[in-house]
Design a protein around this ligand. Sequence first.
Ligand SMILES: NC(=O)c1ccc[n+]([C@@H]2O[C@H](COP(=O)([O-])OP(=O)(O)OC[C@H]3O[C@@H](n4cnc5c(N)ncnc54)[C@H](OP(=O)(O)O)[C@@H]3O)[C@@H](O)[C@H]2O)c1
Length: 326
Amino acid sequence: MKAKNCLIFGGSGQIGSFLIRKLTKNNLRVTVVTRNIHQRGLKIKTQANAGYIDIIESNIFEEKKIEKLFIKADFCINLIGILYEKRKGDTFKNIHTTFPTLVAKLCRKYNLEHFVHVSALGVNQAKDSKYAISKLEGEKNVLENFSKSTILRPSVVFSNSDNFSTQFMTLLNRLPVFPLYYSGKTKFMPIHCSDLTNIIYHIISEGSDTKIIECVGPEMLTFKEILEILLNLINKKRLLIPFPLPIAKLSAKFFQLFPKPLLTEDQLRLLKYDNVPSGKYKTNSDIGLPSKLYFKNEVKKYSYMWRDGGEFSSEKYNLGDLEKKS
Ligand SMILES: NC(=O)c1ccc[n+]([C@@H]2O[C@H](COP(=O)([O-])OP(=O)(O)OC[C@H]3O[C@@H](n4cnc5c(N)ncnc54)[C@H](OP(=O)(O)O)[C@@H]3O)[C@@H](O)[C@H]2O)c1
């Protein structure tokens, strides 16, 4: 039987890499759109066996070029998202609202079997965040324009190639003190990237009538608890200092001057809200796909690179000791 084709936008990122492996191992073909094949081509190509993957270089708003890809697509998955606005065109509105709307319209025009659009948890609460407003508007337009769409709203997604656990371990390694915004009390339910891509694969292979699914990991952790777990894993002691809001705002104003800001004012506003299920929508557990991978157990597998000695760290092979210390 001819393998079905999944058209993926944003396939070169963290979730994209896991997803390409999951889909192609399960006999689905993928077409991945990237802005820069020279930069991203090798990474994307090596996620799948030859013959299972096509890579297309395009600006996502080159409508004519994009439209052609829908002709042979059976499914579409949109993973494109940004955490801060960049140059003129890279606005939250363009990326999180206008683009998903265009994709949903094309899914309808070419009668695709399903569209999976990855949004983010908590976007309906954070009414003062431009990021959240644009994601919510995008969700609404997707559902209005293509009835066979499912929106996934993940909490923070982690893996060995994330920008979350790895970036925090780097910062915790280098900084003697670390700021706690909102006293570190914001709650998260981190979900492992492979658990999230299992959910996407399930929707593609089994179909789903659920419009919005909140995707969360098996445990609830505060921001402070997450930092404490990471410190324990890299065997470092650091001062975690609550930052009063005016100072936090000042630091965000400063950080957002950098090309890849560690924190922006918009992200600071988002951090105020717990990143946990709203209770209004189904979660991955409700659809029979509970997340199984715990934050500490998974990060432990790659955290030795941030310990003294890195890959030569005696602790690398001595995980028993690590258990005793925790
Ligand atoms: N990671 C998390 O913790 C998390 C949590 C909640 C929700 N999400 C959502 O999940 C989705 C995927 O997340 P991820 O962590 O895999 O993201 P990622 O690693 O940052 O990758 C996103 C991809 O989007 C593409 N992209 C970024 N800016 C673009 C632009 N201006 N125009 C066109 N393409 C652009 C990039 O592809 P090219 O460079 O190849 O063009 C990139 O590979 C996003 O929508 C994100 O908001 C993520």
